[in-house]
Design a protein around this ligand. Structure first.
Ligand SMILES: *[C@@H]1O[C@H](CO)[C@@H](O)[C@H](O)[C@H]1NC(C)=O
Ligand SMILES: *[C@@H]1O[C@H](CO)[C@@H](O)[C@H](O)[C@H]1NC(C)=O
Ligand SMILES: *[C@@H]1O[C@H](CO)[C@@H](O)[C@H](O)[C@H]1NC(C)=O
Ligand SMILES: [Zn+2]
Ligand SMILES: [Zn+2]
Length: 443
């Protein structure tokens, strides 16, 4: 993003954010607001509505597309928005779509879904199995797109009740491609003062949601290092410089960053997940490539890890007479931090819909999500939507080739998205007088 765009963005945010106040309606039940989430869930559970969502989800599941290649998925989304009569911007970040429902006036509230699949072979045998070899929706992003389209349909039907603008953000490339960042650069957050995101969760019960205020998901970076020695005959090691042994020592030394240098109460991870080198039993290779991930819950811990990874790899390689170069091949994901007020608001809405005992506080997890890019710019709340139903047996975690989606969760996602947006616009109205007064003060 160019500097001038940032200035505009910062200015726009400054204009809207500080002036937002949550109206106090006293007992919300007396206004009827607290009934909205339950009513919308009923709408989303209606057979016709449910079947429509299931159809969309299965179509996307059959045709998984990788980050920035979600052309057919994007086309399907736009076709559905066209049918609903919802205006949108396209393309944003190659395949991204940004839809608008409501008055076109502030406040603006964002709802986000990611569209990309993973490079892996689906192992589940069922009627709507991935038709693309080596590609699979194994993280549930097919469900995320479907739930946001479901919310779009509900919100468009209620457009006359919207006291502002809902911004539907369909983003590409969540799985490491930094799609969220490109969506922001493309203006997806223009005027938006809060954003919500859902991830399906196979280990939580269907009909329940989980999140937490503050840090929820770790900051995540990837590293890759080439450790170079001198190849030769494996029986005459004195004529070689062995990069395999050097890389092995590097990997052991990297373990000390978390076990000996990090505060035990400040969760961090360094994992070497890639080790490539050598191809024969009797040849010492010239070089070895290693790579992995590092994660932390604060900017300070994250940059400390990053700095020490370089030092340890180059220093430890040098001990064994090897040279090493270290690369950070992708943009790191920031820590996903839920805004406290928005989380409280989410708890209210989800509680109204599901019952307070179905809204849980979860521990932070070391997984990461590029939703955190939005949360760096505006307040956001990310939460997990349960999918597990005991009668259907155990469900595999995301990124497993046996991952499945319980489609019974789709109405909950659609209803939560739409309730959060509708209620946000009702309850967080801009204070009209504030900007004017400010100008007078400054003059
Ligand atoms: C954002 O607000 C400005 C000022 O009201 C308006 O001109 C612009 O069209 C809005 N942007 C979007 C995407 O609605
Ligand atoms: C390491 O780099 C130095 C300086 O470029 C070079 O002289 C040396 O041969 C390299 N060693 C290995 C094992 O590649
Ligand atoms: C769990 O599955 C059973 C059997 O399909 C169904 O009757 C029940 O309603 C499901 N529970 C939820 C919460 O969806
Ligand atoms: Zn994933
Ligand atoms: Zn995901």
């Amino acid at each position: 993003m160019s500097f001038s765009k940032w200035v505009v963005l910062v200015f726009v945010l400054h204009l809207f954010n500080p002036s937002l106040v949550r109206f106090c309606y006293g007992s919300s039940s007396s206004t009827g607001f607290s009934d909205i989430p339950k009513k919308l869930l009923d709408v989303a559970k209606k057979k016709e509505f449910f079947d429509w969502m299931v159809g969309i989800r299965r179509k996307i599941h059959e045709n998984p597309e990788m980050g920035y290649e979600e052309f057919e998925t994007s086309k399907l989304i736009r076709a559905e928005l066209d049918k609903m009569g919802i205006k949108y911007k396209h393309p944003v970040a190659v395949t991204g779509v940004v839809g608008y429902i409501g008055t076109g006036e502030p406040p603006f509230v964002g709802l986000r879904a990611d569209m990309d699949a993973l490079a892996m072979q689906e192992m589940v045998e069922w009627e709507h199995k991935s038709k693309i070899p080596g590609k699979m929706h194994a993280c549930g992003h097919d469900a995320h797109v479907t739930m946001l389209l479901g919310a779009a349909k509900i919100l468009q039907e209620h457009r006359d009740e919207l006291k502002g603008t809902v911004v539907l953000i369909f983003q590409p490339a969540e799985e490491g491609g930094g799609g969220a960042q490109k969506m922001i650069q493309g203006g997806a957050l223009e005027n938006v003062s809060a954003i919500f995101g859902i991830h399906v969760a196979p280990k939580f019960p269907v009909g329940q949601v989980f999140s937490r205020p503050g840090p929820l998901l770790a900051g995540n970076g990837f590293f890759e290092a080439v450790i170079s020695g001198k190849g030769g005959h494996a029986a005459i090691p004195q004529h070689s410089i062995d990069p395999i042994l050097a890389a092995s020592n590097v990997i052991v030394s990297l373990q000390h960053l978390v076990s000996r240098e990090a505060d035990p109460l400040d969760s961090q991870v360094v994992t070497v997940a890639k080790f490539q080198g050598g191809g024969a039993f009797n040849v010492i290779p010239d070089s070895v490539t290693i790579g992995g991930t590092f994660r932390a819950f604060s900017k300070e811990s994250f940059s400390q890890l990053k700095r020490r990874i370089v030092e340890v790899i180059t220093g430890q390689a040098a001990v064994q007479r090897c040279n090493a170069t270290v690369d950070f091949p992708s943009i790191p994901f920031p820590v996903a931090i839920n805004d406290k007020d928005l989380h409280a608001f989410f708890e209210t809405i989800a509680g109204d819909m599901l019952g307070k005992n179905k809204v849980g506080i979860m521990q932070p997890i070391m997984g990461s999500e590029d939703f955190s890019f939005y949360q760096e710019v505006i307040p956001g709340c990310f939460f997990f939507l349960g999918m597990h139903n005991e009668t259907l047996g155990t469900m595999e975690n995301g990124h497993s080739p046996y991952f499945t989606v319980n489609e019974d969760a789709l109405p909950y996602g659609a209803a939560l998205h739409s309730s959060l947006a509708l209620r946000y616009l009702l309850e967080f109205q801009p204070k009209i007088s504030t900007p004017v007064e400010k100008h007078h003060d400054e003059l």
